[in-house]
Design a protein around this ligand. Sequence first.
Ligand code: AMP
Ligand code: TRP
Length: 331
Amino acid sequence: MEKNKEKIIFSGVQPSGELHLGNYLGAISKWVEMQNEHKCIFCVVDYHAITVKQDPEILRKKIIEAAKIYLASGINPEKSVIFQQSAISAHTELAWILNCIARISDLNKMTQFKDKAGKKQESVSVGLYDYPILMAADILLYNTDAVPVGDDQSQHVELCRLLAKRFNSQFGDTFKIPELIIRKEGARIMGLDDPNKKMSKSAGSSANYIALTDKPEAAMKKIMKAVTDSGKEIIFNKEKKPAISNLLTIYSLLAEEPVKELENKYKGKGYGDFKKDLAEITAEFLIKFQKKFNSFTDEEVKEIMDEGAEKIKSVAEETLRRVKERVGVIQ
Ligand code: AMP
Ligand code: TRP
């Protein structure tokens, strides 16, 4: 991406399950860095969350919680827009039109669907299958230049680019083609209980992840219990030492110390010392984070999201109007 030029940035997180350190380090913390230089739009993608069964009361709470997590992470509503996806109906309308551009074969390539649906491909919702199209609509409505996400979303952003290009070639130049932004380290934080699987809110065990709302003491215990590799050296080597490399990445990002320096710092020391320090750093991070999280009332957060939607609604509506004109449904 061209440096020092204001770009439009769009990203989002689903308000479901427990948001965890992987979401923060892989995506949200990157957003915070970007908001000083760019025009950023961060969406709470509630329509994505209902692609799997949700309890309405819990969903309502999770929507507020996701927005609070953005704010506690340092997203500043004076600089960036925070809004709820379902507040702007252009998202689902554009998704329908893009559904008619996308092919079954495009969606059949999506590996996340295969992972999520597993053996139940015939019984999961149509929404779960179709969700990358809604995600493409989210991005394209705002003339987005770049989309910062974790590694697991790169295929979906690629699909968005493909659909935008296909639409443009069929109907004339309409959409800007967005770039994918993946951070070099931290784009794929792995599970604490299994360094070969990504940290995930849908993991079977809560020992897999550190939720951003975990009690600091509980998080410390999870770090102390995290799986390690054979040998005892603290060195970064994703193939040979996946567990320690993952913990080093988390440490490095939370403490803002390069991995190389951490390797030196822990030369001659064992996993126990290293984990104790990481546990403390994690607890400190969570204490600060949660203090900020708790400083917002639900009412305040709702207001921030309503104002956010109000600010950008016209951009989405204008894009949708252009698209409808191009496909021939507006006279
Ligand atoms: P989701 O929780 O699926 O809505 O993901 C929200 C954002 O967090 C997306 O940009 C994901 O790519 C990112 N993300 C989710 N899990 C991880 C992980 N284990 N490591 C890094 N980024 C992640
Ligand atoms: N699908 C993304 C996820 O599960 C969330 C998402 C929805 C998103 N729409 C988006 C991310 C648009 C970036 C841009 O993580």
